[in-house]
Design a protein around this ligand. Structure first.
Ligand SMILES: NC(=O)c1ccc[n+]([C@@H]2O[C@H](COP(=O)([O-])OP(=O)(O)OC[C@H]3O[C@@H](n4cnc5c(N)ncnc54)[C@H](OP(=O)(O)O)[C@@H]3O)[C@@H](O)[C@H]2O)c1
Length: 336
């Protein structure tokens, strides 16, 4: 069997679970004997069985029929099997107990709790381990997870909606929609990808936003993060069916660092100009998404930025641009 073909097959199939496993990575596993696939397994839901366990349990149904002993089989998984006893037990130990002799791994798990320890357990038990098949694709599939563990901070994206004349909202704080419904639907898909959504006290009080992902598929809704030093009404939409962390401190580095040891790998900032500019000034933003409408707010509008070239001077470069209805969506990433 061609390992790359098998890896591509499981990477592709694992992708369907990306909204229900987050903030965990998506992982797929396949078990085969010579040219025959015996079973497949996926990490399907946060807190549920890991992919390797599901694949092994599925294979057990065919023991004595398609194969006699697990030592005849090869297990291929996209990510290194875990070494720690988490919610579901150590996968590396489970694989050893099953009796495998050959394992193919896509990428080493970047989580310091695992990072090579899973492979060590396998090799210490005389299992042949090959690592690095389609490694780049596995990393790309779990972009936020790899980023978090490599940089010891969540991936931070700021998303803003701007009028044609660069404004965020009216100075009387009247609640308005700047962009088209199509762009706002696109935002729902972005929210579905993130582990946490962060906003500030003024946006909470002025707009009473829900900031959840209103999509027609299953998704683990993001944790909410609120930065405010002022009293707030807990009955506001932001708090409905949500787990909310509230910070009274204003030091953004301290706030972000407090997520170093958490499972949160990505944060979407959806706030007004004050907080957005504070984030950008701190240099902790990795991506900036700007939806620009054809509408102008005029002199009653509050500007997003003081200068026309603010995005570039904050160190961002344009990654992509597209039209959504009459709006333009631009994605900028940090120019390293
Ligand atoms: N067009 C868009 O995409 C968009 C998106 C979101 C919001 N908005 C608009 O933005 C307006 C509010 O904008 P805003 O920037 O004044 O309010 P904001 O989004 O609530 O952010 C500022 C607030 O965040 C809190 N904060 C905590 N740490 C901070 C820090 N280090 N730097 C700055 N703020 C910090 C403070 O809350 P406390 O004052 O409560 O302590 C501060 O007043 C709203 O009326 C809303 O309509 C527009």
């Amino acid at each position: 069997m061609n390992y790359e073909d098998l890896m591509l097959r499981v990477i592709k199939k694992a992708n369907q679970f990306k909204y229900t496993t987050k903030p965990n990575p998506v992982v797929g596993a396949i078990i085969f004997k010579a040219n025959k696939v015996i079973s497949e397994g996926y990490h399907e839901i946060y807190g549920g069985n890991h992919a390797e366990i599901n694949a092994i349990e599925e294979a057990q149904k065919y023991q004595g029929k398609k194969f006699q002993d697990f030592s005849e089989l090869t297990l291929l998984c996209t990510l290194e099997p875990c070494s720690h006893i988490g919610k579901t037990g150590s996968c590396a130990e489970f694989i050893v107990q099953a009796g495998f002799k050959n394992i193919i791994i896509g990428a080493v798990d970047p989580n310091p709790k695992v990072s090579g320890r899973g492979i060590e357990i396998l090799r210490n038990n005389k299992i042949n381990v090959e690592v690095g098949v389609c490694e780049d694709l596995v990393e790309k599939q779990n972009k936020f997870f790899f980023y978090k563990h490599k940089n010891n901070k969540p991936y931070i994206t700021v998303k803003i909606a701007s009028s044609l004349d660069g404004k965020s909202h009216y100075n009387n704080n009247e609640k308005i929609f700047i962009t088209t419904e199509s762009s706002r639907n696109d935002v729902q898909l972005i929210r579905a990808k993130y582990d946490a959504i962060l906003t500030g006290g003024n946006t909470l009080r002025n707009d009473n936003p829900q900031m959840n992902a209103r999509v027609d598929f299953s998704v683990n809704q993001a944790k909410k993060i609120l930065l405010t030093q002022k009293p707030f009404d807990k009955n506001l939409n932001f708090f409905k069916n949500a787990s909310v962390d509230v910070f009274e401190i204003t030091n953004l580095i301290d706030i972000i660092n407090s997520y170093q040891k958490s499972e949160i790998c990505s944060i979407l900032v959806e706030s007004g100009p004050r907080l957005v500019n504070s984030f950008l000034k701190e240099g902790i933003v990795d991506e900036l998404i700007i939806y620009t409408s054809k509408k102008e707010l005029g002199k009653e509008g509050i500007s997003w930025f003081d200068k026309d070239n603010a995005v570039e001077s904050y160190g961002f470069k344009l990654e992509s641009t597209c039209k959504i209805n009459t709006d333009t969506k631009e994605i900028f990433i940090k120019d390293e």
